[in-house]
Design a protein around this ligand. Structure first.
Ligand SMILES: Nc1ncnc2c1ncn2[C@@H]1O[C@H](COP(=O)(O)OP(=O)(O)OP(=O)(O)O)[C@@H](O)[C@H]1O
Length: 284
């Protein structure tokens, strides 16, 4: 897992990542590169391996095979200063139970030299969090909001968010998702977030990654994916051109990547798909 320090390289580079739990293969050869300014929306059905991928990136669990370079370092040996450049919102947030929100934030801030109190305040307002509230009395959504502030107020170079908006109401979600993209662009960070809400992903992600069977079946710029993925209806016995990559097949309907607008014998219909339809076609 040793890789050279790559300060000018990608913020995250993953090659051939494999992770098993007993006889269950969670990740089976994942390649992924995150550059500054990228906001990658990670899709995958329950149990697809999204959290596992994130936990490997952060060094919370070890990969079985492959290489990961997180901000230039192997995840198992991240230095304290590198950790201070990573923001992470896990699916469940615990900690700071006996504190008020403001006390929890000031304690948390003390670990991060780049903590920005103005950013903290503006996000507190956006989420409508009461600084005097006790952390252990926060609702699930409020607790998620607090975790987001704790992960973002120091403008991390790499932001890893595991279903960050799952418990937020639609208006809080909208505010957060819009601002997330802006912040990433402004600060030159890279963001990877998982979500089951494909409309959110379509609104803010620059890239989409879809995990299936332990691999990234799709990884690319959102617009490029929109352009090149089509649901084709084929006449019986017709042959697909070699340039197409088959993503899924149900009867005479074939989901392909690599569509360029060309026609071919036996092609009866061509439909565009949004991310939700794409997901449904891949998980019938
Ligand atoms: N610590 C563990 N021990 C055993 N199996 C695990 C462990 N962590 C994850 N798994 C298994 O690995 C697979 C991937 O789990 P993971 O939590 O990464 O999925 P996910 O895509 O994040 O799912 P969800 O959308 O439900 O959060 C699942 O089959 C899960 O049961």
């Amino acid at each position: 897992m040793d890789m050279e320090l790559m300060n000018d390289g990608p913020l995250l580079e993953i090659r051939g990542l494999k992770k098993r739990f007993g006889d269950k293969t969670a990740l089976n050869g994942v390649d992924l590169t995150l550059e500054s300014g990228m906001v990658v929306g990670l899709l995958g059905e329950n149990g697809a391996g999204k959290s596992t991928l994130m936990r490997c990136i952060l060094g919370l669990i070890d990969a079985d095979e492959g290489e990961i370079c997180t901000l230039g370092q192997a995840p198992s040996t991240l230095s304290a200063s590198t950790k201070a450049r990573i923001g992470y919102v896990p699916q469940q947030h615990y900690g700071y139970e006996g504190f008020s929100v403001e006390r929890a934030l000031s304690l948390h801030a003390s670990f991060y030299p780049d903590w920005d109190p103005k950013l903290e305040q503006s996000w507190m307002k956006r989420f409508g969090l009461d600084p005097k509230a006790q952390v252990n009395r926060l609702s699930v959504g409020q607790r998620q909001s607090l975790a987001i502030i704790m992960a973002m107020a120091y403008r991390p170079s790499l932001l890893v968010l595991d279903e960050p908006v799952a418990s937020l109401d639609p208006s809080a979600r909208r505010r957060f998702m819009g601002d997330l993209f802006e912040l990433a662009l402004e600060s030159g960070s890279a963001v990877i977030f998982s979500s089951h809400i494909t409309s959110d992903l379509e609104r803010v992600a620059s890239h989409v990654a879809l995990l299936k069977d332990g691999q990234l079946l799709i990884m690319g710029e959102l617009d490029a994916v929109r352009e090149s993925v089509r649901l084709l209806t084929l006449a019986e016995g017709s042959q697909l051109p070699d340039a197409y990559r088959v993503l899924g097949r149900q009867g005479n309907r074939v989901l392909v990547d690599g569509f360029r607008g060309e026609s071919f014998p036996g092609l009866l219909g061509v439909d565009t798909v949004n991310l939700e339809q794409l997901f449904m076609e891949l998980h019938p």
